[in-house]
Design a protein around this ligand. Structure first.
Ligand code: SAM
Length: 207
């Protein structure tokens, strides 16, 4: 299943990327600075958008099939120092306060424990460091769509690498003690309706 998911991920996302998701990635990653960690980097959709000015880019990805694709694509990054490691966010192999920026795009929907993942992100960020996030979320304010998300979620998790449809990730980021500096809620164009509701923005690690 993992190999199939890795193989179909880019074709499955292509229409949404072309319809605006890639543009959102580019805008979000303009805020990446210093030593940067990306969690759940997948097949490397963010790689072309990292500013060349960042000091170091450490990619992490727990799925060996995704990681193999990521490694093949690393040469598109305009950053001189890029490395990739097999790792889940749940237990990151880095010391406390190692990074200035952590990037999470379409990852917190899939982790087993969001609070634990965000605690790890907070641990490896330096004081004042930032989390750049872009996540699909529960359809708050759209009861009919939320009902569909709830109905489909048990099956969807099964076929999409534990991807949850009804997480309130913005709330989780705040509950984890981050200060959200900017958050945009918008529909992902040309995506399946159940994964359209999204948030993206910047959160500073609490002190
Ligand atoms: C929908 S894909 C997103 C990939 C990429 N971040 C992007 O924006 O296209 C979800 C990714 O989260 C990863 N993932 C799942 N569980 C994870 C965990 N516990 N820690 C870190 N990454 C995880 C998956 O392996 C997969 O690469």
């Amino acid at each position: 299943m993992s190999r199939l998911f890795a193989a179909i991920y880019d074709p499955f996302m292509r229409r949404a990327e072309q319809a605006g998701l890639a543009q959102w990635r580019a805008e979000l990653l303009e805020g990446a600075a210093g030593d940067v960690l990306e969690i759940g980097a997948g097949t490397g959709a963010n790689l072309p958008f990292y500013p060349p000015s960042i000091r170091r880019l450490q990619l992490t990805e727990p799925d060996p099939d995704m990681l193999a694709r990521l490694r093949r694509r690393m040469n598109v990054a305009r950053v001189p120092d890029v490395q990739a490691a097999l790792s889940a966010v749940d237990a990151l192999p880095f010391d406390d306060a190692t990074f200035d920026t952590v990037v999470s795009t379409l990852v917190l929907c899939s982790v087993p424990d969001v609070a634990r993942a965000l605690a790890e992100v907070g641990r490896v960020l330096r004081p004042g460091g930032r989390l750049l996030f872009l996540e699909h979320v529960a359809a708050e304010g759209r009861p009919a769509r939320l009902a569909w998300q709830r109905r489909i979620e048990p099956f969807w998790k099964h076929v999409s690498g534990n991807c949850h449809l009804t997480r309130r990730t913005g709330e989780s980021i705040r509950t984890a003690g981050f200060v959200v500096e900017r958050e945009t809620r918008e529909s992902v164009r040309s995506a399946l309706p159940i994964v359209r509701p999204s948030i993206r923005g910047v959160a500073r690690v609490g002190t």
